[in-house]
Design a binder for this molecule. Structure first.
Ligand code: FE
Length: 210
């Protein structure tokens, strides 16, 4: 593969001792063709990788914390998610639609991609391995309460559980319930309570001090 000069160790090749898999060979061939034909410059590709690497659940946590403290923002997040995210400088990239789902005392939302691993990467970064596992993908739709219990989340029997199946076009962001005892917390402190798992719907936001 050709050289690229962005000075990042993360992108250096794995090394000569490593036998390339067929996927790596294919990706390398596609990259060479795209750059040879002038469709993209290799720099653009590394920039895009840097951009994806910079996306972490902290972005989503910032969005959730704002929704907790600002009812107008939350209303917009629930009705026009893309516009609300743009307001917080969270660019959803090429994603067509992101839908925010609010967890309440009565409704608990949980997100899956039954087909593969569709995930709001632009807001939450790289998905956890379990999200892509066949076990999670197949079981959470059949027995969501049982799967949530395995995550340590026991829901009240009168809470309605809604499972949302992500697609290439629609990604979901769960807004967990604001924990009790956080009335005096700052927005930054609140963001610190919002875990990745709580934004997928397999956990609650953390209680303060935990
Ligand atoms: Fe998928």
């Amino acid at each position: 593969m050709e050289e690229h000069n962005h000075g990042h160790d993360a992108h250096t090749q794995v090394g000569d001792s490593h036998e390339m898999t067929s996927y790596e060979k294919r990706a390398g061939a596609i990259l060479s063709l795209l750059t040879e034909k002038g469709v993209v410059a290799s720099d653009e590709i590394w920039r895009a990788i840097d951009d994806m690497d910079s996306r972490t659940p902290a972005l989503g946590a910032k969005v959730v914390a704002r929704a907790w403290v600002d009812p107008e923002f939350k209303a917009q997040l629930l009705t026009d998610t893309k516009a609300a995210l743009t307001e917080l400088d969270v660019d959803i990239g090429s994603l067509n639609t992101v839908v925010a789902l609010e967890n309440t005392d009565k409704v608990h939302n949980v997100v899956v991609c039954t087909l593969c691993s569709c995930y709001p990467r632009t807001i939450l970064g790289v998905p956890p391995d379990w999200y892509k596992s066949l076990s999670y993908r197949s079981r959470v739709v059949v027995d969501p309460r049982g799967v949530l219990r395995e995550f340590g989340l026991e829901l009240d029997p009168d809470v309605e559980v809604r499972v949302y199946d992500s697609t290439a076009d629609i990604r979901y962001l769960v807004i967990p319930s604001r924990p009790a005892g956080t009335e005096a917390a700052t927005e930054d402190e609140l963001a610190g309570l919002v875990s990745r798992d709580s934004m997928i719907g397999v956990a609650m936001a953390s209680a303060p001090g935990k």
